[in-house]
Design a protein around this ligand. Sequence first.
Ligand code: ATP
Length: 219
Amino acid sequence: MLEFRQVHKAYATPQGPLEVLEGVDLELAAGESLALMGESGSGKSTLLHLAAGLDVPDRGDILLDGKRLSSLAEPARAALRRERLGLVFQQFHLIPSLSVRDNLTLQARLAEREDPDWTTMLLERLGLANMAGRYPEQLSGGQQQRLAIGRALALRPALLLADEPTGNLDEASADSVLALLGELVAESRCALLMVTHSARVAAPMDRRLILKRGQLCSA
Ligand SMILES: Nc1ncnc2c1ncn2[C@@H]1O[C@H](COP(=O)(O)OP(=O)(O)OP(=O)(O)O)[C@@H](O)[C@H]1O
């Protein structure tokens, strides 16, 4: 469902171009889970942003459901993103003026695809059912993280892209939230591409790859 073919990406810096991805090949099947690992600065977030169509490669192709993301204009990429992807990034980007429930369901309502049973199940599983009327600032960091995960799953995406959103959580709570994410993804049968530094989080996933010197290799 997601394919990278010889993807190259460099950033312009005062010292000249910084080559981050140098011929990345990747295939992710529907429903498959993949842990993306690698040292800080190795290009994991860059790869995830490209997969989300938030940025485009310098060379190479990225295909989502057989559509060439890299040659679509931004409005078409945004439409595909809304339709098919769930995103969980390091910043939660919750809307302060909306309640927990409304943050979770906003996109689904805009797309007229709200599923009240799924929403209720997500709120319960994420431990947010008794605070659905609260606002983001009234939640702890871990609760905000769980809400960001719920929001990404509310539209039942075909692919969830997650940049390990551990925030300032201690290791034990981060691991338990990420384990819950893994369960919800499996139940909704969506594919998962997750950046993680934790071997424990990566262990149950179908595959583990490491980004090293601009290329992907097996962990
Ligand atoms: N917009 C940008 N302009 C210039 N350099 C950038 C830009 N974005 C990222 N970089 C550089 O590209 C490299 C890869 O960054 P990226 O954020 O993809 O790494 P990462 O593996 O996700 O790192 P971390 O694990 O620390 O989050 C880093 O050296 C970073 O400094």
